[in-house]
Write a protein that binds this ligand. Structure first.
Ligand code: ATP
Ligand code: MG
Length: 206
């Protein structure tokens, strides 16, 4: 299952593909980036334990919403810790909002930029904690604000700007890295550092 690097595709082709279009590539592991620059096919090294990274394009928010619905439908998401990585304006909060909506949460969904965390609960009782660590710079806050307890408790955890609290955070189950491409679409890379994430990623493969 070889897949040419996305950017090696003519942009018309890359953007003619509709959501949910998955590009399997090799497993790169946490912290490493998939190469988008080579025209060579990526080697296929995914294993049953460690599925390959997924690359997809969200051309607009409808694509973001469609993916959020697919993810929300996976039972394993209820126990997952998901990191959202990407620059300011990459679309992290937008994705979280669509995921929370897909999980049945209604009403206003505030960005946790100032509060660092916004707690939510789905109609069927799932606790969801949405973190934004952009302004997190005092490690003492971790214990003082009860974040340790949040991570020890069941439920879904979502974190924007996890790199700002790297030392405190557990290993994520799923990492979504978002980049704005030349067409203002979102190029998304998903990796799964844990078995829960691997299960999610496997289910999300077409
Ligand atoms: N898939 C998408 N297609 C087009 N526009 C998008 C998409 N996702 C998000 N946007 C737009 O990008 C802008 C910034 O999105 P968002 O606030 O989600 O970014 P963010 O990554 O959370 O930024 P920050 O790091 O500041 O928290 C919003 O105006 C949003 O509508
Ligand atoms: Mg945000």
């Amino acid at each position: 299952m070889f897949s040419a690097a996305l950017h090696a595709l003519p942009s018309s082709l890359a953007h003619a593909t509709r959501p949910g279009l998955w590009h399997a590539a090799t497993w790169h592991g946490i912290g490493q980036r998939a190469s988008h620059t080579s025209a060579q096919p990526a080697p296929t090294t995914g294993t049953p334990e460690m599925p390959p990274a997924l690359h997809l394009i969200w051309r607009d928010e409808a694509d973001t919403a469609a993916f959020a619905q697919r993810l929300a439908a996976q039972p394993a998401v209820r126990h997952a810790f998901i990191e959202l990585r990407g620059e300011l304006g990459a679309g992290k909060t937008t994705f979280v909002r669509h995921l929370l909506r897909a999980l049945g949460i209604t009403g206003r969904i505030k960005s946790p930029t100032y509060a660092v965390v916004e707690p939510h609960q789905t109609p069927d009782g799932l606790a969801v904690s949405h973190f934004d660590f952009y302004r997190f710079n005092d490690p003492r806050e971790w214990a003082d604000a009860g974040f340790r307890d949040v991570f020890a408790a069941p439920g879904l955890k979502l974190a924007e700007w996890p790199e700002k609290a790297e030392a405190m955070l557990p290993t994520p189950d799923l990492v979504l890295r978002l980049e704005v491409d030349a067409h203002h679409a979102r190029a998304v890379t998903l990796t799964a550092p844990t078995p829960i994430g691997a299960q999610l990623l496997t289910e999300l493969h077409p």
